[in-house]
Ligand binder design. Structure first.
Ligand code: NAD
Ligand code: UFG
Length: 348
């Protein structure tokens, strides 16, 4: 890769999926670094209340437009009107199981949404894109630690939408002045330390951390642990749980890398540490200061035994590394859960 020495000045950033779990934390991190923001979301999996909560944390309003990113004309107008310098594209559907039963909806939203965004960015002459990708783009049989050159081969339609979107962005970047960074997230967990923003799943959570916290809060009866017969030290699966505020800081760092990116580049955002399901359970019990009812059940289809990042490329290219522990994430997630037992729905 050839490096450019020219600095790219990024002032205003558009965040798609702005009211979602990760983007709300990215908004707070960006504002803390003095960036101007415009948030875009169709509110299909989030609440407008998030806009007020973010405003509270950044001490000023976050301009927000309710819009589907597949509305190319509307999106172009927003990017031009706000004189956007870079887009962080977090809008997307993310439930792996749903992507199997309704794959067309996932391709339409995640791939179609990305194509629409690229068109709008071209029309509005926006030169820089940070894309929310996922560790799920790697082939499930690849050994950990996963590096950016581990083999790609997602095991489900959701992962394929991310991998296809990455490839489309790569092609556009190779044939235009667009520069792009694909951030491949490992397992985002935790919440802002204030307890004002966090993950607010609609219906039973698919993921370990929110489910565990809802059991701790007495909202669900029992955590089911999907398998204790894996080839790992305690028999349960190992993942790389990254605090959402560390993840958010990684996005800010990515904006600083555009000066040295020729076309496009993929970067893992993980901690490099693997934790088992039982490690998460113990850390959550400590944070909530109570035992969490659980039972071991059979394996969940499609789970790989071990997945954690080699995060050294992020350190080298972005000067970024995770600083928060699993215990920090559990404490912050529990604070959010405890202060907002029904998420954004009825909390003041
Ligand atoms: P989220 O559901 O909380 O946020 C996504 C937001 O995008 C939601 O607010 C939703 O309303 C919005 N959205 C969806 N489709 C849209 C569209 N067509 N137009 C406008 N807005 C739309 O999810 P999240 O956990 O914050 O994830 C953010 C991004 O990170 C997603 O792209 C997801 O695939 C990716 N990611 C998440 C994880 C994870 O475990 N949470 C892991 C890897 C990658
Ligand atoms: N697990 C349980 N019980 C539960 C939920 C999960 O035992 O109720 C276990 C799973 O079997 C797995 C581990 O907890 O071993 C983590 O599962 P999650 O569903 O929380 O996370 P995944 O690693 O399966 O996937 C997540 C996101 C994907 C993303 C991937 C990598 O759901 O979208 O991380 O970033 F792509």
């Amino acid at each position: 890769m050839r490096l450019r020495s020219t600095a790219v000045h990024i002032n205003t950033v558009a965040l798609t999926g702005a009211t979602g779990y990760i983007a709300s934390h990215v908004a707070v991190a960006l504002a803390a670094q003095g960036h101007r923001l415009v948030g875009i979301d169709n509110l299909s999996n989030s609440s407008q209340i998030v806009v007020d909560r973010v405003a509270e944390l950044i001490d000023g309003p976050m301009p927000f437009v309710k819009l589907d990113v597949r509305d190319t004309v509307g999106l172009t107008e927003v990017l031009a009107e706000h004189e956007v310098d870079a887009v962080i594209h977090l809008a997307g559907l993310k439930a792996v199981g749903e992507s199997v039963t309704d794959s067309l909806r996932y391709h339409d939203n995640n791939v179609g949404g990305t194509i629409s965004l690229l068109r709008a960015m071209q029309s509005a002459s926006v030169p820089a894109l940070v894309f929310s990708s996922s560790a799920t783009v790697y082939r499930p049989d690849q050994p950990s630690p996963l590096t950016e050159s581990s083999r790609i081969g997602p095991g489900n339609p959701y992962g394929r939408t991310k991998s296809i979107a990455e490839q489309i962005i790569d092609d556009v970047a190779a044939s235009s002045s667009l520069r792009a960074v694909h951030l491949r997230y490992f397992n985002p967990v935790g919440a802002h330390e204030s307890g004002r923003i966090g993950e607010d799943p609609i219906g039973p959570p698919n993921n370990l951390m929110p489910f565990t916290m809802q059991v701790a809060a007495g909202q669900r009866e029992m955590l089911q642990i999907f398998g204790d017969d894996y080839n790992t030290p305690d028999g349960t699966c190992i993942r790389d749980y990254i605090h959402v505020s560390d993840l958010a800081d990684g996005h800010v760092a990515a904006l600083g890398a555009f000066g040295s990116i020729e076309t496009s580049e993929a970067i893992n955002l993980g901690t490099g540490r693997g934790s088992s399901v039982l490690d998460v359970l113990r850390s959550a019990e400590k944070a909530a200061d109570r035992p969490i009812p659980h039972q071991i059940v059979g394996r969940r289809d499609g789970d790989s035994a071990v997945s954690f990042a080699d995060p050294s490329h992020a350190l080298e290219r972005l000067g970024w590394q995770a600083t928060r522990s699993l215990d920090d994430a559990c404490q912050d997630h529990w604070r959010w859960q405890h202060q907002n037992p029904t998420g954004y729905r009825t909390s003041p």
